[in-house]
Design a protein around this ligand. Sequence first.
Ligand SMILES: NC(=O)c1ccc[n+]([C@@H]2O[C@H](COP(=O)([O-])OP(=O)(O)OC[C@H]3O[C@@H](n4cnc5c(N)ncnc54)[C@H](O)[C@@H]3O)[C@@H](O)[C@H]2O)c1
Length: 356
Amino acid sequence: MSATRVGFIGLGHISIHAHLPGLAPLVEAGDVELSAFCDISEEALATQAAAFGAKATYTDHHEMFEREQLDAVYINLPPTLHTDQVTIAADKGIAVFVEKPVSLDMAQAVEFSRQVDKAGIVSQVGFMSRYYPSSEKVCQLLAERTPRHVMINLFYSGKPVRWWTSRYEECGGSFVENTVHMVDLVRYFLGDIADVSAFYQWRQRGEGPEMMNMPHVYDVNYRFASGVLGNATTSRVLTNADGAGRRDVVLVCDDSMIEWSTGKVIDNDKTVWEEETQGRSAFALQAQAFITAVKARDRSLMRSPYGPSLNSLAAVLGANASAERDGERLSLADVQSSQVSWNPMFCAGHGTPTLD
Ligand SMILES: NC(=O)c1ccc[n+]([C@@H]2O[C@H](COP(=O)([O-])OP(=O)(O)OC[C@H]3O[C@@H](n4cnc5c(N)ncnc54)[C@H](O)[C@@H]3O)[C@@H](O)[C@H]2O)c1
């Protein structure tokens, strides 16, 4: 079978450190050809094309789509920079891999999802946590349990590194930018979320690193469609704590407590699965699954296609909207249909001034 022709839009952090290394064995085996890279930075293009061996480079995705015959495209852009990349790919029947969060604008994401469905193309949103072997182990355990309660802990650790991931209006805050992975993972375990109610501790002017204007703490309650109740708690204040932090999920079922982390699963205090997990291994498994689905033209093979992933996006954008309304309970159906929305400028009244 001929190599799958793949294009990349956005040659930043996640492409370089996760997706391109994840695809590398497939490129080596001749299953994938890196046909084209596109980035507005000439320097990034030159460096990454040399490092990964892309056949052609472009600074404008329109030109790339016009000139190249692609089977699949990775769209790895900050969430406010999505314009017509998905639309053009769908028009041309090109499969799309889109990094999370696919947009900060719910209506835009719903429209892109409609286009993906109409075109019938394979799609995947970058929720790689569904590909950790530990996640599969939890799914196996849950098949024989009755879950009642879930808790997500994400105490984010590290200095702010990029402008856009430090700004509420640019990334939606840490809950949207980071915790969305864990929210999507518990959806993988437990199904869709119906309602949200959230409280945030807003950062005040002068607190924390200067570039950050995001809340310090996010405390979010969920009610799942199944009736399971959940709590997701996130903070973004451990900026200089020698790597101290936390990222795990606890599921309480009838007579069983399951604890998930990347490399370990515990069932009633007994370790039932453990692996020295390479942090990036899930990306390779996800890449393999995506290319297999593209070759087979089988949309059902992906764990997080565009349309079904919208409930995860609504769950985090809905948390923002609820916190901005002092914890008001919101239905995710109303968030997804944009009857209620978050306000990217809300932080202006709290932290550093928001850019116009
Ligand atoms: N799955 C994960 O664990 C994970 C981790 C990090 C980032 N992400 C997500 O990946 C996406 C990209 O994040 P990143 O960290 O790579 O960002 P980044 O800022 O490191 O890189 C973005 C790249 O896009 C380029 N770019 C900007 N506008 C462009 C345009 N119009 N056309 C082509 N290129 C353009 C920039 O020059 C830059 O090279 C975000 O949605 C982010 O949330 C996911």
